[in-house]
Design a protein around this ligand. Structure first.
Ligand code: IPM
Ligand code: MG
Length: 383
């Protein structure tokens, strides 16, 4: 019996290797880069998601539309709602992203996405992971800043491979063992490394931390480190230093030295974990936005989940849209509206920190998400 299991596992492993080799070939051939300035119209898709997602994304989109009202009126920007990326619809169709939803997403240039529910266990894949793969959003860019502590970090998390690409494709001999796969490719690593070093170069940064566990994950993380150093050679003046993920998690809470870090580049799972830690240092995962950028498409989202408990207890309308507003800021920057992005982040800081005329608590004693969005727009009007 066990022999048959082994044979099946080996067959599956062969299929995986063939598929991943084919993916590498596609990566090499399909480098279409969107030039937003050259487009007649930029289409921004808004996806609600689950739990508090529809509320916070609708309110963030309302603020975004307010900021882009001239461009929308002139037909240079369209803000389009994309329906159907809900847990109910995904479960009914047993698709991480139903085909019609994916087709609509591919008609947009950039996407603002609310959090989606990821079922534990079972075989339904996370919508996030599927979207990152389907739209080849290989760079997960997560900034964290705490100005009063001189912290200005930006994480370049590889977003399409590593532990995630085959996460739903592990093998098992029931009652005996289970194996998952981690896959790191040369091209996949090169492009995330280049994104990190380009960012460093264009933003006056001179230090990139390459974070892995290459002493243990010798093949995959070993490759990741080696390729990052290869890419670093094209960027003289930028120091590239290796760090192991375990000590890096400690360093991020070391107040004496953490402000020296600037840019981080790291494989998928380590990036997932450490960016939650970093966001917590900034004030919580609810305060962080995240860009998922590829050459062709880009998607912007909050880094927190869909908070189903807030929905169940009737508190969804009191949810805080700050993370989605930060995601909108990154979206604006990505499509070239730098001044509007600066304005948006300035208004957010006035509303949340300096002025605080409308305060969200997540409960009935605080403002609603919609009231906060109105306050944001009043503030923007004055800037
Ligand atoms: C994130 C999230 C996702 C991830 C989940 C929802 C699949 O934690 O964006 O960091 O693990 O990447
Ligand atoms: Mg995460």
């Amino acid at each position: 019996m066990s022999n048959q299991y082994i044979e099946n596992c080996v067959d599956q492993f062969r299929t995986i290797l063939e598929e991943q080799t084919a993916r590498c070939k596609m990566m090499a051939e399909n480098r279409v880069v969107t030039d937003y300035q050259a487009l007649d119209k930029i289409i921004i898709g808004v996806v609600g998601g689950d739990g508090i997602g529809p509320i916070i994304s609708a309110e963030a989109a309302r603020v975004l539309e307010f900021l882009l009202k001239d461009e929308v009126a002139a037909g240079k920007v369209e803000i389009r709602n994309i329906e159907g990326l809900t847990i109910e619809n995904r479960m009914a169709q047993h698709k991480a992203i139903p085909d019609d939803v994916l087709a609509e997403l591919k008609k947009c240039h950039v996407i603002l996405k609310g959090p989606t529910t990821t079922p534990h266990g079972g075989t339904l894949e996370s919508a996030n992971v599927a979207m990152r793969r389907e739209l080849d959003l290989y760079a997960n860019i997560r900034p964290v800043s705490v100005p009063e502590e001189n912290i200005d970090w930006i994480f370049f998390r590889e977003n399409t491979e590593g532990e995630y690409v085959l996460g739903s494709r592990g093998v098992e001999i029931p009652g005996t063992l289970a194996v998952d796969f981690k896959c790191t490719t040369d091209l996949g690593t090169e492009r995330i490394a280049r994104a990190a070093f380009e960012y460093a170069k264009n933003n006056g940064k001179n230090y990139v931390a390459i974070v892995t566990k290459a002493n243990i994950m010798k093949k995959t993380d070993g490759k990741f480190t080696a390729i990052c150093h290869e890419v670093a050679k094209d960027y003289p003046g930028i120091e590239a230093e290796d760090w192991y993920i375990d000590i890096m998690t400690a360093k991020l809470v070391d107040t004496a030295s953490r402000s020296k870090f600037q840019v981080f580049v790291l494989p998928n799972l380590y990036g997932d974990i450490i960016t939650d830690e970093a966001a917590q240092i900034q004030g919580g995962v609810g305060t962080a936005g995240s860009a998922n950028a590829g050459d062709r498409y880009a998607m912007f989202e909050a880094i927190h989940g869909s908070a189903p408990r807030m929905l169940e207890t009737g508190r969804a309308k009191f949810a805080n849209p700050s993370s989605m507003i930060k995601a909108s800021e990154m979206l604006l920057r990505h499509i070239g509206y730098t001044e509007k992005a600066d304005k948006l982040i300035k208004a957010l800081s006035i509303c949340n920190e300096t002025e605080r005329k409308v305060v969200l608590t997540g409960h009935e004693d605080g403002a609603t998400c919609a009231e906060f969005a109105d306050y944001m727009m009043e503030t923007l009007e004055k800037l």
